[in-house]
Design a protein around this ligand. Structure first.
Ligand SMILES: [Zn+2]
Length: 500
């Protein structure tokens, strides 16, 4: 510092430099104020199309035209690109990210864990009237939404007409809904959002969507017709409607909504690590996971779940009624297409049949279906594992090793987040758990919901080729009242070979 105080080679003194800097600073401040004032006037003139102009252009944003145009293109072309972007419902400048306290950024208050709907709505829409008020990242089905907008099949300004879409059954509210340790992976107010927050939607022009919907239906499964014929299931006209085994059901579709601090806590990891991992492994799709620590909620674009409730939905939370429950993870090949390499569809059907029986006895029967195809590794990985098994010896003793060799893990279903739906439904205990999985059992009990009885899949419902899977699982800790095989016995359990 001492050497700079006495002047520089070109004769400009330090004091003058400082004075010049001060002037620049003041000008910058005035300019920012003026830009904001103009932006606000534009907002008033055209609130649905001009909102994005209030976002400062400097840090974290880039011109849409400069991002797409190459050097030498005319101004007309770049203007055209901006116009096209706007026609597709995008802001005129690409907003790479935003920062807390940035001018024009005013997320709607969202106080996760607040006792009632005063918690505030989950707002994730990037529509021009809402983007500055968002309090969540991501969005279920956002990739298809993006395709529909880009191909101009969806109008960016479309707002849902929610007339008559109200839930077909009442549920809650339960004290669990405001417990930050119990519900972290879904929005407990998600089925009521458009009605609870109608004022915010209408008066403040905010795009709010439900993340849960509840409907009623009939369902027919060929196996259940057989159940009636064989006398295992008796039609009562209410739950099992007729000789065809047709069922009356209340269905709840739930999309994932993650409260990031709660999800991190559930896994015993740091929230920053969780955010960084999500950011990195979505190809940097959600930079606000990094820049917006004030936004705590993320809607991951992954599959959700469906609750199939047999009997009166109010009985699920009634501790004086018995509850039978199956938690089932998606296996499309078996569940829908009848593949015999695993026990998935047989267990699903058994779960439904037992749930129906419990409802007929005056209790409640529930089947929850999670979209976690192939242990959340996907069908491609699953088929690679099948090939490795069938081209090898397909022994039960090597069952888990095959998956681990390919995927690096045995399983990525993360049952830790699964019990949230039970808390949301108000379930406080499970009388009959229609599952042998120790991972599901431990997750539920770990969340303070006791399981009184575990019911395994009856042996006669296990397809021959799926013995490899079920025996391997039993030896690895799955529940059984029967024999748990030794390593030697497991070696002897072999599936159908490639050419059989
Ligand atoms: Zn399966």
């Amino acid at each position: 510092m001492a050497s700079t105080g006495s002047g520089t080679d070109n004769g400009v003194g330090m004091a003058e430099v400082l004075q010049a800097l001060k002037v620049i600073q003041e000008n910058q401040g005035r300019l920012a104020t003026e830009v904001e004032a103009i932006s606000q006037r534009l907002d008033t003139v055209a609130p649905t199309t001009q909102d994005e102009k209030a976002l400062p252009q400097s840090v974290g944003t880039a011109s849409a035209s400069s991002a797409t145009a190459t050097e030498g293109e005319t101004t007309a072309a770049t203007t055209n690109a901006a116009v096209q972007a706007q026609e597709s419902g995008f802001t005129s400048r690409i907003i790479l990210t935003t920062y807390p306290k940035q001018i024009g950024i005013k997320p709607l208050p969202l106080n996760w864990g607040a006792p009632g709907p005063e918690r505030g709505p989950v707002v994730v829409s990037r529509s021009s009237s809402t983007i500055r008020k968002r309090n969540a990242h991501g969005g279920s089905y956002s990739i298809y939404f993006a395709l529909a907008l880009a191909s101009k099949q969806l109008n960016a300004n479309h707002r849902p007409d929610f007339t008559n879409t109200e839930p077909a059954a009442n549920i809650g509210p339960f004290p669990q809904w405001s417990d930050k340790k119990k519900i972290v992976a879904m929005d407990p107010w998600g089925h009521l959002a458009p009605w609870l927050y109608a004022d915010t939607m209408n008066k403040e022009n905010v795009d709010i969507r439900p993340t849960i919907a509840i409907t009623k239906a009939h369902m027919k499964l060929p196996e259940l017709e057989e159940s009636v014929r064989s006398g295992r299931l008796v039609p009562d006209g209410k739950v099992c409607l007729n000789e065809l085994g047709e069922l009356a059901v209340t269905k709840f579709a739930v999309e994932p909504v993650w409260y990031l601090p709660g999800v991190a806590e559930r896994f015993g990891i740091d929230e920053g690590v969780l955010r960084r991992s999500l950011f990195e492994h979505t190809g940097g799709s959600y930079p606000e996971l990094i820049t917006r620590g004030d936004i705590k909620v993320f809607l991951p674009p992954i599959g959700g779940l469906t609750v199939y409730c047999f009997g009166d939905p109010a009985k699920m939370s009634d501790e004086s009624c018995k509850l039978a429950l199956r938690v089932h993870d998606e296996c499309n090949g078996s569940d829908v297409f009848g593949s015999d390499i695993c026990t998935c569809r047989p267990y699903l059907i058994f779960g439904i049949e037992e749930a129906v029986k419990e409802a007929q006895r005056g209790g409640s029967g529930v089947v929850i279906y999670f979209r976690k195809e192939g242990r959340a590794l996907g069908e491609v990985t699953k088929y690679l594992v099948y090939n490795a098994r069938k081209r090898g010896e397909d022994r039960a003793s090597d069952y888990f090793k095959r998956t681990e060799n390919i995927a690096g893990v045995k399983d990525m279903r993360f049952q830790a987040l699964m019990p949230d739906i039970l808390h949301w439904l108000g379930i406080k205990k499970i009388d009959r758990m229609l599952s042998m999985s120790n991972m599901k059992h431990d997750a539920i009990v770990g969340q303070g919901i006791p399981i009184h009885e575990r019911v395994e899949l009856p042996a006669e419902l296990i397809p021959a080729d799926s013995r490899v899977e079920i025996d391997a699982k039993i030896t690895a800790g799955y529940f059984t009242t029967g024999h748990r095989m030794t390593d030697e016995e497991l070696q002897a359990v072999q599936g159908r070979m490639w050419d059989e």
